[in-house]
Design a protein around this ligand. Structure first.
Ligand code: GLU
Length: 487
């Protein structure tokens, strides 16, 4: 085997695809791309109660959406398949038989009640509960007898006593565990399905994985896996346990902090390139103060030795800022594509917009883009065109309409608008100057009352653009509804 890097992402398809999982996938992908290595995706579905194909599909779709494509693995194939653990049971069985034959693993017939009593007794003595190893002392004859009787059993691996299980983690440094606290643990459950800690070792070894990059929550699994690497005679890969993602309150990121799954961010109208950029910075520190990275740049610059040991804090404002950056790069069509589902959901756009409606929606989204950090925010920005709730938003805004010159300004604007052959951003623009000159008032006293009377707010895109988008009739009706125009 050459010594090129081989990494993997091995999700359990048991629910929504968490952004933490996406970050692990991304780090593995970047490490592979940076080193010219291979990125493998494997599905760990041995938890049959919780695993679903639907979740697997979601994960794969989210990875593809993020542009995290894999070289070998599920769906794409490769030399070390199959890549779904439940399809590898015969492979695992061969290794279990070998471990049993070599006396490195044994059948355990202890009942749940016996195990519980043992655990209680250890806890009462203030000890870490570990299996006593009782069934490792059964004679081969007893084992055969129990098997013949059809007694339920699990299979345990023998963990060496009084050893330090240690390794050098690329992120966490030297890590050591006391083997006595690990004990002889279950590798095959009573239903015959091997457990995660066991499958992961066989798979990583058989898929020639050189670097295991995964979340810190798996750190406590690693001593068990070290025991199994040794028992199976496989070389131990290099580990890199990436720190947890915390919310701004420094507590582990959870639903309380807002959206936690990739799908939720996608549904809110975030862009995949922004999510990748943001996730890369959750733990990895570039060697400059650059904050915007394309996937190509990430692939070039990413390195595990710049992955921080301290927890990463999920800062939604930063994500929004990054997303806004990428939104600005979208052309009109792409922008509409991101915004359209949100406009449709709000009832602001038809399910099948006509050509004219599309053109209008495109212009509207472009006019509003400064106010849209991610797709869903278009709804708030577009509201002014669709609701009649445009009264001055606060006292300061209302005061604009109380200016002495406001009634005359609104009236002249209405009359000029009525007189136009066609209302476009270009034909509306000169009207403001004309009113300034005609009424001898400063620009501010022209723009502000018109803006407030028409939109209810003091800020927004260029007024001529708003007026053109809103259309003559609606603008005139709002000017009239201000109650400031005498006739
Ligand atoms: N299947 C595990 C999970 O989804 C990943 C285990 C690993 O990366 O070793 O959490």
């Amino acid at each position: 085997m050459s010594n090129t890097v081989r990494v993997r992402f091995a999700p359990s398809p048991t629910g929504p695809f968490h952004i933490g999982g996406a970050r692990s996938a991304l780090f593995n992908y970047l490490e592979a791309k940076h080193t010219g290595g291979t990125f493998v995706v494997r599905i760990e579905d041995t938890d049959q109660k919780r695993s679903t194909r639907e979740s697997e599909e979601n994960i794969k779709e989210a990875l593809r959406w993020l542009g995290i494509n894999w070289d070998e693995g599920i769906d794409v194939g490769g030399p070390d398949g199959p890549y779904r653990q439940m399809e590898r049971l015969d492979i695992y069985k061969k290794y279990t038989d070998k471990l049993l034959a070599e006396g490195k693993a044994y059948y355990c017939f202890c009942t749940p009640e016996e195990l519980e009593a043992e655990k209680e007794a250890q806890l009462a003595k203030g000890e870490t509960p570990v299996y006593s190893g009782k069934c490792s002392h059964l004679s081969p004859e007893q084992v055969q007898q129990y098997l013949k009787e059809g007694r339920p059993y699990v299979i345990r691996v023998k963990t060496p006593k009084n050893e330090t299980l240690e390794f050098d983690d690329l992120v966490r440094g030297h890590v050591a565990f006391d083997s006595n606290k690990v004990g002889d643990f279950v590798i095959v459950k009573s239903d015959g399905i091997p457990v995660y800690n066991y499958c992961v070792v066989m798979d990583d070894a058989l898929m020639h994985i050189t670097h295991v990059i995964r979340a810190e929550e798996h750190l406590s699994n690693t001593p068990r896996q070290l025991v199994l690497y040794k028992a199976l005679g496989f070389p131990v890969p290099t580990f890199a346990h990436v720190s947890l993602i915390l919310g701004k309150d420094k507590k582990k990121m959870s639903k309380r902090h807002g959206a936690t799954s990739v799908q939720q961010y996608r549904d809110l109208g975030y862009l995949p390139q922004a999510i990748d950029n943001f996730l890369a910075l959750l733990g990895w520190t570039p060697d400059s103060d650059q904050e915007i990275f394309s996937m190509e740049e990430l692939c070039q610059q990413f390195s595990l030795d710049r992955v921080a040991k301290n927890p990463a804090v999920f800062d939604i404002e930063k994500l929004n800022w990054i997303n806004f950056h990428y939104m600005k790069e979208l052309d009109e069509d792409q922008l509409l594509e991101i915004c359209l589902p949100h406009l449709q959901k709000a009832g602001y756009a038809s399910d099948q917009p006509s050509h004219d409606e599309r053109t209008w929606l495109k212009q509207m989204c472009s006019a509003m883009r400064e106010h849209v950090q991610y797709g869903a925010q278009i709804v708030d920005a577009a509201k002014v065109f669709f609701t009649e709730d445009y009264q001055p938003e606060n006292e300061e805004t209302a005061a604009v309409l109380k200016e002495e010159t406001a009634p005359a300004v609104l009236k002249m604007f209405r009359d000029e608008l009525e007189a136009l052959d066609e209302v476009t951003a270009e034909t509306v623009q000169p009207l403001f100057k004309k009113i300034q000159k005609g009424l001898k008032v400063k620009g501010k006293f022209v723009y502000m009352p018109i803006r407030v009377a028409v939109t209810g707010v003091m800020h927004g895109p260029d007024l001529n653009v708003i007026v053109a988008l809103m259309g003559r009739d609606k603008v005139i009706s709002r000017l009239n509804a201000s109650g400031l125009i005498a006739d």
